[in-house]
Design a protein around this ligand. Structure first.
Ligand SMILES: NC(=O)c1ccc[n+]([C@@H]2O[C@H](COP(=O)([O-])OP(=O)(O)OC[C@H]3O[C@@H](n4cnc5c(N)ncnc54)[C@H](OP(=O)(O)O)[C@@H]3O)[C@@H](O)[C@H]2O)c1
Length: 249
């Protein structure tokens, strides 16, 4: 397995004093798709890439997904590899990263794998739309915070994770709807991408920022800081240009 890209954390973004660094970790096809038109589970990269996913996850204080991905990919968000868990303990971190779910509706079933895997604490950020019975059921398994009316207020989520849970680095593993929301408020510091040598096609297959729609409030600029070749796939790491002290054009 190739070594996970490591680049020095630059403090070019001043709000990194009050919120965690946000990494987005995704696999994309050559035609820029992160899933098929049927939103099937994301299992189109190599076994090495699956190990890299866990490696990057283990380097973060928290791992975040939105409800669509949690349900489709049936994620537990844990670190099954004991060596990685031991490495975390060795450096004084918790055994596994905090597990964070984003869902405006809060309509999440308790029989999902995340609630069966006895790992790190689970935190759900939702909105005032969450139904009372859902909330009551989920409270047995997760800490629940309401922030926002229609959408979860991601700026508040980040500052809450920073101050309440001492999270300094969070990796978002999907999905595209959540990435689009993070990009809207310019909350992506780093992108770790696996490019698979495949085409999916399909107008209704999502890209990293979801289905084609409105432009972002402004384009977001990144700099390629690392590239590696794997088993018929590319591993790329990008950083927000502010983290690399570049001037916005
Ligand atoms: N290739 C990859 O690396 C990769 C990675 C991850 C996912 N995927 C794929 O992406 C597909 C899922 O896409 P998706 O767009 O449905 O996934 P998603 O972003 O995981 O889920 C969308 C749902 O998450 C909640 N959500 C997202 N952003 C929110 C925000 N800002 N505020 C409040 N709620 C928010 C909403 O849940 P509620 O409806 O409950 O309000 C929304 O309906 C699957 O096929 C999955 O396999 C691929």
């Amino acid at each position: 397995m190739q070594e996970t890209p490591r680049t020095p954390l630059d403090t070019g973004r001043e709000d990194l004093q009050t919120r965690p660094r946000v990494t987005v970790h995704f696999a994309v096809t050559l035609d820029g798709k992160v899933s098929t038109p049927g939103y099937t589970p994301a299992r189109f990269t190599s076994a090495d890439d699956k190990k890299r996913l866990l490696q990057v996850r283990s380097e973060n204080d928290a791992v975040m997904v939105a409800k669509g991905t949690l349900v489709t990919d049936r994620m537990s968000l844990g670190i099954p590899d004991r060596a990685l868990r031991n490495e975390r303990l060795h450096r004084g971190a918790s055994e596994e990263p905090l597990r964070v779910i984003i869902s405006a509706s809060g309509d999440i079933r308790l029989d999902l794998p995340i609630f069966q895997y006895p790992g790190a604490p689970i935190v759900l950020y939702t909105t005032s739309k969450i139904a009372g019975p859902n909330r009551t059921e989920l409270e047995a398994k997760a800490a629940i915070y309401e922030t926002g009316k229609e959408q979860v207020d991601l700026l508040h989520v980040m500052s809450h994770l920073f101050s309440h849970y001492q999270v300094r680095a969070v990796v978002c593993e999907g999905g595209p709807t959540l990435v689009r929301s993070l990009a809207e408020v310019d909350l992506i510091d780093r992108i770790v991408l696996t490019v698979a040598a495949k085409f999916f096609g399909g107008r209704l297959a999502p890209t990293l920022t979801g289905l084609p729609g409105d432009f972002l409030p402004a384009s977001r600029h990144f700099k390629l800081v690392n590239n590696e070749i794997g088993a018929n796939e590319f591993y790329l790491t990008y950083e927000h240009e502010a983290c690399t002290r570049r001037i916005r054009l």
